[in-house]
Structures are given as structure tokens and as C-alpha cells.
Design a binder for this molecule. Structure first.
Ligand SMILES: Cc1cc2nc3c(=O)[nH]c(=O)nc-3n(C[C@H](O)[C@H](O)[C@H](O)COP(=O)(O)OP(=O)(O)OC[C@H]3O[C@@H](n4cnc5c(N)ncnc54)[C@H](O)[C@@H]3O)c2cc1C
Length: 599
């Protein structure tokens, strides 16, 4: 089955759910459906024709390391050239540096398509775009002028260097050092591990953004500085000069994402330049990390979509058993062909359990997509008007998108395997690859537990929980506006999820709640937010659904109504249980600690 760029679904989410957002540099300009569709059709073609065909070999052959050099799978170079030549790398980056300056919403849609075509390939532009945003926000003018134009064009790429063997979630343990030399330059020494596209053969050079410690830096994460370390030093004539002292000493063998090289890098006194202020590197790096976190959530969306497309196609082709109508309720596979003269075998989609599973996959995917684009719209709102609610909304939603959407990516990819039966467990169908590839998404860019802790301990308490309260109010309005389309049962379920969110927010904001209890249920709260807000956003898309399949929109609203009702009835019911768990958090702490072997 061939992956199909889900342009219609993205355009619907963009225009009907996330809302038109002001274009950067063009105050008041709204996203026009026809324009955005034209953009997505074009990039969708590139992704389908040039990138998607590389996905299987990206997995089977993967990237290779030999003698310090990394080669990417065959076809990556040509596809990457086509990506850059089309100007897609800079589609949502500032025009001042050669980008198209389109809203983050559109950039998000472009990256969803590229990721769906080949997640491993897409990890390279993600990091380059995130680094460009970081430099644009924090670097001095000289660094911007030298590095931003080629990064925006994609002729140079970037890597993000946080992790060290002893420093993963806890970046306060970073040991990499940066010693001043002259003229604002530093010598960077140390080892970084797990660096995505830290070495490769796709671009002229690589710009490493590195967290390191200056001499006499304070201990912990407050003592980190951000250094730009180019793989090739600037030559006197402004071109690319000698190699810098950065070496790729190996790449990891992984569960999936094999086309994306995960590199161990050694910095041996490599020359670098400070980005931003000394000891404020983590704050600067957060510009890059936030962008990458959203992009990681989007990986969950894109892979859920791909798994769903594959499973849906398989479920219409694969024939087993009889339709329930023909058997009076039973449809045992073993009996499918034995009963002489009776109808069968039928496509497995005809079995209610398979149909339900497919519907769940579609509803989860749609909710994750709605959340990701809602966060992108909030980023656009903040960029357009710093005083708007956009910044707080984007800050609140970013960890939710990262964690909730990546969990959905894994769940849906796993359900996709299940729908394939035994064929899903063998590699031939490609269903297993999707799960292997996306399985890293809840781990990297800050594990999902770290996202949940960020949400509960930093984002939720801001302004006494104002953003959580504001979001809940919006959710209620969306659900009320869609009540006719949803019907009473689904309306009640979604309303109960929002009420559960409000209760849980109040409990977590209560200073009397012990800190360990709050941390214990942080992941439950994040999921609760994802369910309540995701459900309300689907309701927003469903408003106006009158069951008309042949309406002006080709049945898109009717489809949105179905997705919202399925999400409400099959997923949103979990919200009440999550809220109950949050309310009883401290009751189970002793059991948890004992079962973890802590005595
Ligand atoms: C394929 C791949 C690509 C990557 N690319 C990059 C990259 O480009 N750049 C880069 O810098 N890094 C990269 N990473 C590293 C990645 O970001 C880290 O693996 C991740 O941050 C987790 O760190 P860790 O592996 O050391 O796990 P640990 O921090 O050791 O965590 C282990 C477990 O403990 C939990 N845990 C740890 N601390 C806490 C806490 N305070 N509260 C609750 N739970 C906690 C975690 O959630 C996790 O379940 C990549 C990793 C992979 C696998």
C-alpha cells in the first residue's frame, strides 16, 4: 500500500480547527484555504514521489559509519537536494534570511507531510529549522549573517548537542567544556552521544549547537552556555575552510529510524562561538528544543496517519470470516469457508472489532493532529502579537503535543500491526517498521515523563493556573457549539472530560498536595489535558455536521462529526478515571516506592 499525503485532512484541521492565523510580517493576513492547499499539494507531490519511496531502504539499509564518515541510504542525497531546491526548508523561516516567512501552521503542515513520507529523512530538516530559529533569536549579528542563509536554504544543516553519556534528562550533569581563546572564540572539548544527523553526507557542512560549560561556570543546568561549533571553519575569503576538531566516532544500532544517523561526537578543542549570554545557554537552547518538541509530537501524528492508512487498506483487502449479519453475531475466522453456501469470507473491515479499531486509530490521529496545529496556531499568534494569549497557550500545549501525540503515534502504530495479524509482525508488510520508527518519539526531545513534569510544575502553575482555566473555558464553548452534531451522549462525555480536567487542575494547584504525589500523577494529568482538549478540538471541527455526505465540503464535516463522536465515546471516558487517580495520588506512593525496590 502506498502512503497518500493526507492534504485534505490537514487543510481541514488547519482551516476549520486550528483557525486562520495571522501571517508573519503581514499583520492581519489570514490563511487562505486555496493557497494553503496549493502549497501542500505541491510539497505532497514531492514527498510522495521522491521521499516516500526511500522509506523502506532507510530502514533496511540504514545509515552507515566508516572511518569517521557517515553515509546515508541511497536516494537521500537527491531527495534532499530536491527538498532544498523547492525552498521547503525555509518555508516558515524568516524572509530576512531567505525563508518564505509563512506561518508556523503552514510549516507544520509541510513537515507533517515530509515526516509521513519518511520519518528518518525528516529528522534532518527538523533540526536545521529549529537551529535556525534558535540562532535568529539568540545569536549576534555576525553569526546570523554567516550561518542563517545557508541553514535556511538547507545547504548547511544543524545538529543539537545536549546529551552526554552521564547527562540525559538531567542536563545539569553536562561536562563538555568551552575555554575562551581570542576574538570571542572558544575551544570546545568533550563527548556528546545520540546526536541526530551529527555527521552525514547530505550537505556542504554541519553546524553543531552545543551545550557546554565555561570556566568557573556554576554547577548544574544554570551553568551551561550555548556554543556554535561549525564542522568546517570559516576560510579567510568567507567560504568553507579546514575541518574543525569534531569527530564522529560511531553511530548507534537502533530499534528503528535506521536512516537517521544517531552519532557519537568527540569535540577535541573544536573552535566555537558563544550564542547568547554566558551561562544562559539552556534558555537559548530551549528555543530549539521547543521547536523540536512540537516536531516530535508531529512525528506521532504523521506516523499514526501512515499506520492508519496502511491498516485501513489492508482491512479492505484481507478476507476472513463471515459478516456478523450472516452468522447471527458470530464470525469465527475458522468457520469462514466451511459452511457450504454461506457468504464469506469477507474483508476483515466488516468485523465490528476491526471496524472499531480502525475508527479508534482515526479518531486518535485526528485529535493528535488537532492539538499539534492548535499549538502551531498559538505560536503564530504569539509571533504576531507578543501581548496575546499565544505565548502562554503555546507553552502549555507544547509538552502536551510532544507527549500525548507521540503516545498516540505508538498506540496507533501498534494497533496497525494488530489489524495486520501475523502479517503485521513480520517485516514484509512494513507495519512493524512504523512502530519501530515511531517508538523513539516518546523518548527523545525530553522523555514524555519530563514533558509531564514540565507541564505540571512549570506551565500549569503560571498565573495561578490561568491558562488551564482559559483552555477549559474554550473547550466548553466548542463542545456546546457542537452539541447537535455530537448528540447527547458524546456531548456529555466530552463535557465530563473537561470537568475532570478542571478538577485535576485545582487539585494539582493546591499547595497542600505533596510534591512527590504531584510528580507521580504528572503523566496522568498530561494525558487528561490531551483527551479533554483533543476532544473539544474535534468537536469544533464537527460543529455544523448535519450528516450531509454530499454537502459543499464533500462530506468533510460529516466525517469530522464521526471522528468527534468516536473519540468522545471510546476515548474521552478515560478522563474521569485519570482525574480519580490524580485525586488519590498520595495514597499509592508507598506502594509505588516499595514495588520499585526502594524499600
Ligand atoms: C534515536 C535518538 C536520537 C536522539 N537525538 C538526540 C539529539 O539529536 N541530540 C541530543 O542531545 N540528544 C539526542 N537523543 C538523546 C535523547 O534526548 C535522550 O535519550 C533523552 O533525553 C533521555 O535521556 P536518557 O536516554 O539519558 O535517559 P535517562 O535520562 O537516563 O532516563 C531514563 C528513564 O528515567 C526517566 N527519568 C529520568 N529523569 C527523570 C525525572 N526527573 N523524573 C521522572 N522520570 C525521569 C526517564 O523518563 C526515562 O524513562 C537521542 C536519542 C535517541 C534514542
Amino acid at each position: 500500500m502506498t502512503w497518500r499525503p493526507p492534504v485534505d485532512d490537514i487543510v481541514f484541521t488547519l482551516t476549520r480547527i486550528a483557525g486562520a492565523a495571522p501571517g508573519r510580517g503581514e499583520p492581519g493576513a489570514a490563511i487562505v484555504e486555496a493557497d494553503v492547499r496549493a502549497v501542500l499539494d505541491e510539497v505532497g507531490r514531492l514527498c510522495a514521489e521522491r521521499v516516500a519511496p526511500l522509506d523502506r531502504d532507510a530502514d533496511r539499509v540504514g545509515a552507515a559509519w566508516h572511518d569517521g564518515r557517515v553515509t546515508t541510504p541511497a536516494g537521500f542525497r537527491d531527495a534532499y537536494r530536491a527538498w532544498c531546491a523547492g525552498g521547503w526548508n525555509g518555508v516558515a523561516l524568516p524572509e530576512a534570511w531567505g525563508g518564505a516567512g509563512l506561518p508556523t501552521l503552514v510549516g507544520t503542515a509541510v513537515m507533517e507531510l515530509l515526516t509521513g513520507a519518511c520519518m528518518a529523512f525528516a529528522t534532518l530538516p527538523v533540526l536545521t529549522q529549529a537551529a535556525a530559529e534558535c540562532l535568529d533569536a539568540h545569536a549576534d549579528d555576525a553569526l546570523k549573517a554567516r550561518y542563517l542563509p545557508p541553514l535556511v536554504a538547507g545547504t548547511w544543516t544543524a545538529s543539537m548537542n545536549l546529551t552526554e553519556p552521564q547527562a540525559g534528562s538531567d542536563l545539569g550533569l553536562v561536562r563538555c567544556r568551552a575555554e575562551p581563546i581570542d576574538g570571542g572564540r572558544y575551544r570546545v572539548t568533550g563527548s556528546k552521544v545520540f546526536i541526530t544527523f551529527g555527521a552525514h553526507d547530505l550537505a556542504e557542512t554541519i553546524v553543531h549547537l552545543v551545550l557546554a560549560r565555561l570556566p568557573e561556570a556554576p554547577e548544574g543546568s544554570r551553568g551551561l552556555s550555548l556554543l556554535l561549533v561549525p564542522q568546517r571553519l570559516p576560510a579567510d575569503d568567507g567560504g568553507l575552510g579546514d575541518d574543525n576538531a569534531v569527530h564522529c566516532v560511531g553511530i548507534e544500532k537502533k530499534l528503528g529510524l535506521n536512516g537517521s544517523p544517531t552519532c557519537a561526537l568527540r569535540f577535541e578543542g573544536a573552535v566555537g562561538w558563544l550564542v547568547g549570554r554566558p551561562h544562559h545557554g539552556l534558555a537559548a537552547m530551549f528555543t530549539m528544543m521547543n521547536k523540536a518538541r512540537l516536531a516530535t509530537g508531529l512525528q506521532g501524528v504523521a506516523m499514526a496517519e501512515k499506520a492508519t492508512q496502511k491498516a485501513a487498506a489492508f482491512a479492505l483487502e484481507r478476507r476472513q470470516g463471515r459478516a456478523p449479519e450472516a452468522t447471527g453475531g458470530g464470525s469465527a475466522a475458522g468457520g469462514s469457508t466451511s459452511a457450504a453456501g454461506r457468504a464469506g469470507p469477507v474483508p476483515i473491515a466488516a468485523h465490528p472489532d476491526v471496524a472499531r479499531t480502525l475508527a479508534r486509530m482515526k479518531a486518535l490521529t485526528a485529535a493528535a493532529r488537532a492539538l499539534a496545529y492548535a499549538a502551531a496556531a498559538a505560536i503564530d499568534a504569539a509571533a504576531h502579537d507578543a501581548g496575546s494569549a499565544g505565548a502562554a497557550r503555546a507553552g502549555f500545549l507544547t509538552p502536551v503535543v510532544k507527549a500525548f501525540a507521540t503516545e498516540i503515534g505508538c498506540e496507533v502504530a501498534s494497533l496497525g500491526i494488530q489489524i495486520h495479524g501475523g502479517a503485521g509482525y513480520i517485516e514484509e508488510t512494513g507495519a512493524a517498521q512504523l512502530w519501530r520508527d515511531v517508538r523513539v518519539a516518546p523518548i527523545y526531545e525530553g522523555t514524555n515523563a519530563i514533558q509531564a513534569i514540565d507541564l505540571v510544575t512549570r506551565k500549569l502553575p503560571l498565573d495561578g493556573g490561568a491558562e488551564a482555566a482559559a483552555i477549559a473555558t474554550l473547550c466548553r464553548a466548542d463542545i456546546a457549539a457542537a452539541a447537535d452534531a455530537l448528540g447527547p451522549a458524546a456531548t456529555a462525555r466530552l463535557g465530563a472530560a473537561v470537568a475532570a480536567l478542571e478538577r485535576a487542575s485545582r487539585q494539582l494547584l493546591d499547595p497542600a498536595m505533596p510534591a512527590p504525589a504531584r510528580l507521580t500523577v504528572a503523566s496522568d494529568y498530561l494525558r487528561l489535558v490531551g483527551i479533554a482538549v483533543g476532544g473539544a478540538l474535534l468537536a469544533r471541527g464537527a460543529a455544523g455536521d448535519d450528516g450531509d455526505e454530499r454537502g459543499d465540503d464533500g462530506g468533510a464535516t460529516a466525517q469530522a462529526g464521526r471522528l468527534a463522536r468516536v473519540f468522545a465515546e471510546d476515548v474521552a471516558g478515560d478522563a474521569v478515571g485519570l482525574a480519580e487517580r490524580i485525586a488519590a495520588a498520595d495514597r499509592r506512593l508507598d506502594d509505588y516506592r516499595a514495588l520499585a525496590g526502594l524499600g
